[in-house]
Write a protein that binds this ligand. Structure first.
Ligand code: ADP
Length: 369
């Protein structure tokens, strides 16, 4: 049955059908039409009223008209068969054309009916897949625009509130008020630069400059750079590692990811808590585990924290934190063919963020930081 749904089989069948009809037309001509004409002619010839030349012409005429009949019948059959076949093949192709035109006009809910012919069914399915992809890209775009608008509204409303307050004489334009306005303005600025980075990370369009680096050294350096902030807040920072772990990565981007993970661990861990950084090599992949004794995450939030603009409800919020940091960090890890996962024993019980990267296979790693 599947054979019959193939286009080449159907085309062959239609040509064979035309050949059969032509054969049938000739058969009818030779067996029915020609003998009848010939009988009439024979009667005329045998009546002795015609000369030899006239008899010859009568014979040729009768053959000619039989052949014309056969030609007309075959032509008719070929026309009917080709019209039917073309209509069958062209209808789905025209459906696909119409659908792509509607898709181009932004009607992303457009779907093509899948025809019976296998090859055309594949084409229709491909167009439908394209439509689904376009639809989801469009949905993501629309969601991003509304999320960005939502994120901008709070600082803008605050700034507007202060300015109106000053104009109405409710606030003094003193340093305190101006600092508050300035903070909201920088929050907007941070949002703008985060967004630019986010779109590059989500599209996988980040320019990476990978080289063989030691992940252990990278993590240790990043931790040391942030240590003063941990000391300030009274959170202990412990780094475990020591053995070189070569990875083929962009050191600046991986430092950015580690800074985000360590910065979050510090933000969400109260004073007297502990943050541990552990670099490990497991077969062909390397991991950096950042474990804190902070506020922890619910099982659902462990995945949701990677969604853009997602902030855990009720969690302590870092000033200006727009909930994009982990989205970008995961995008960067994935651009390195790695990933970031979050786990937590539960709310209040600390969280564990694990960055995984493929290990670089080098004989004698020319590792640099
Ligand atoms: P933000 O800029 O708001 O920190 P992130 O994308 O870095 O954005 O983090 C998203 C959310 O994930 C945070 O708002 C916070 O609620 C939660 N989160 C991130 N890291 C931790 C952590 N170590 N412990 C508990 N919650 C965390």
């Amino acid at each position: 049955m599947k054979l019959w749904r193939r286009l080449d089989v159907r085309l062959f069948a239609s040509y064979a059908l035309v050949a059969l009809i032509v054969f049938g037309a000739f058969a009818i001509t030779v067996r029915v039409v020609a003998p009848a004409r010939f009988d009439d002619d024979v009667k005329t010839i045998t009546s002795g009223e015609t000369s030899k030349d006239e008899s010859h012409n009568l014979y040729v005429d009768s053959l000619d008209s039989s052949l014309w009949f056969a030609l007309a019948a075959s032509f008719g059959a070929a026309t009917i068969a080709s019209v039917l076949v073309a209509r069958r093949i062209l209808r789905p192709v025209q459906d696909v054309r119409a659908a792509t035109r509607r898709l181009a006009n932004g009607h992303y809910d457009e779907r093509v009916a899948v025809p019976g012919e296998l090859e055309l069914a594949d084409l229709a399915r491909d167009v439908n897949r394209l439509a689904i992809e376009l639809q989801s890209t469009e949905r993501r775009r629309a969601r991003l625009v509304s999320e960005v608008a939502h994120e901008m509204r709070t600082p803008l409303t605050t700034i507007e509130g202060y300015v109106e307050g000053i104009l109405d004489g409710v606030f003094e334009p003193n340093e305190e008020v101006l600092v508050a306005v300035g903070e909201e303005a920088s929050r907007l600025q941070r949002l703008a630069s985060d967004l630019a980075e986010l779109s590059r990370a989500e599209e996988g369009a980040v320019a990476l400059h990978p080289r063989i680096v030691d992940l252990d050294e990278l993590a240790a350096r990043c931790a040391e750079r942030l240590r003063p902030q941990f000391v300030d807040k009274g959170v202990a920072l412990r780094v475990h590692g020591g053995a070189p772990v070569p990875v083929d990565a962009d050191p600046d981007r991986i430092t950015q990811v580690l800074t985000n993970l360590l910065g979050n661990a510090l933000t969400y861990t109260p004073t007297e808590g502990t943050v541990e950084v552990q670099v490990r090599r497991e077969h062909d992949h390397a991991t950096v585990v950042v474990r804190d004794t902070g506020i922890g995450l619910s099982p659902d939030d462990c995945e949701l924290v990677f969604d853009r603009f997602y902030r855990v409800q009720g969690a302590v919020r870092p000033a200006g934190g727009s909930g994009i940091g982990l989205t970008i960090a995961r995008g960067l890890a994935r651009a390195h063919h790695g990933d970031i996962e979050a786990t937590s024993p539960g709310v209040g019980a600390g969280s564990v963020f694990t960055l995984t990267l493929p290990v670089a296979h080098v004989e004698e790693p020319g590792i640099s930081g």
